[in-house]
Ligand binder design. Structure first.
Ligand SMILES: Cc1cc2nc3c(=O)[nH]c(=O)nc-3n(C[C@H](O)[C@H](O)[C@H](O)COP(=O)(O)O)c2cc1C
Length: 206
């Protein structure tokens, strides 16, 4: 096989992986799952301590998996120190249970992308993005309510701009694994992995 064929096959495999995740998300959206795009995001700090939390998958294409958050949050500090992450989606009620895992490097989404997504959010969420000092100590709930009131007054009668400390991150995958629950715990696992710049596909023992 020449290098051109190898490259074409590699892109085709990656396209297949992304298309599969899209198809599964669509399937999950058709179930009664309240948060079909909720995913666990694991990050590590500079010393290797791991944190995990749920975020919502808001974009998926050949560039990777996008989620939005506060750039001053604990996760953002971890991602600045260690720009790699892992994510995991789990749909309990889809077929016999399906899990999608992805790992890779993290980059910030473009300003245009974050602006466009922020503009599409409900106004209350936009206000919340300004009011919340995500992951910082909150002395009492009333302090947050007061901050919300202040932001509402500030932007009364006008559009709420995107806060500079709020935007997207993109996980650019070098590994995507699809896990399909099967009988007797003999589950199907399909692993797409970037090896020496070429996407590969193999099955894994359950
Ligand atoms: C279903 C669900 C969806 C969530 N989606 C997001 C999200 O998209 N972005 C976000 O910043 N936090 C989201 N959160 C809150 C995070 O889990 C977490 O509490 C917050 O981001 C602070 O995390 P950190 O201190 O590690 O930065 C979500 C929580 C749940 C339970």
């Amino acid at each position: 096989m020449n290098s051109h064929d190898l490259k074409t096959d590699s892109v085709a495999l990656y396209q297949e992986a992304i298309a599969q995740v899209h198809a599964l998300l669509d399937e999950a959206r058709a179930t009664d799952d309240r948060e079909p795009n909720a995913m666990t995001l694991a990050t590590a700090d500079a010393r290797g301590r791991i944190s995990a939390r749920t975020v919502l998958l808001k974009g998926l294409d050949m560039r990777g998996f996008v989620f939005y958050t506060n750039y001053d949050s604990a996760k953002a500090a971890q991602l600045a120190a260690h720009p790699q992450a892992a994510l995991c989606l789990h749909w309990k009620n889809l077929r016999d249970g399906i899990q999608v895992r992805a790992e890779g490097v993290i980059e910030k989404a473009s300003v245009e992308e974050s602006d466009a997504y922020f503009a599409s959010r409900p106004r209350a969420s936009q206000i919340g993005a300004w009011a919340s000092l995500q992951s910082q100590t909150l002395a009492e709930r009333g302090e947050l309510d007061a901050r919300v009131d202040e932001v509402e007054r500030r932007y009364a009668g006008q559009a709420v701009p995107r806060p500079p400390h709020w935007g997207g991150y993109r996980l650019v995958p070098d590994m995507i694994e699809l896990w399909f629950g099967q009988r007797a715990r003999l589950h199907d696992r399909v692993c797409y992995e970037l090896v020496d710049d070429v996407w590969t596909k193999r099955l894994l023992y359950p």
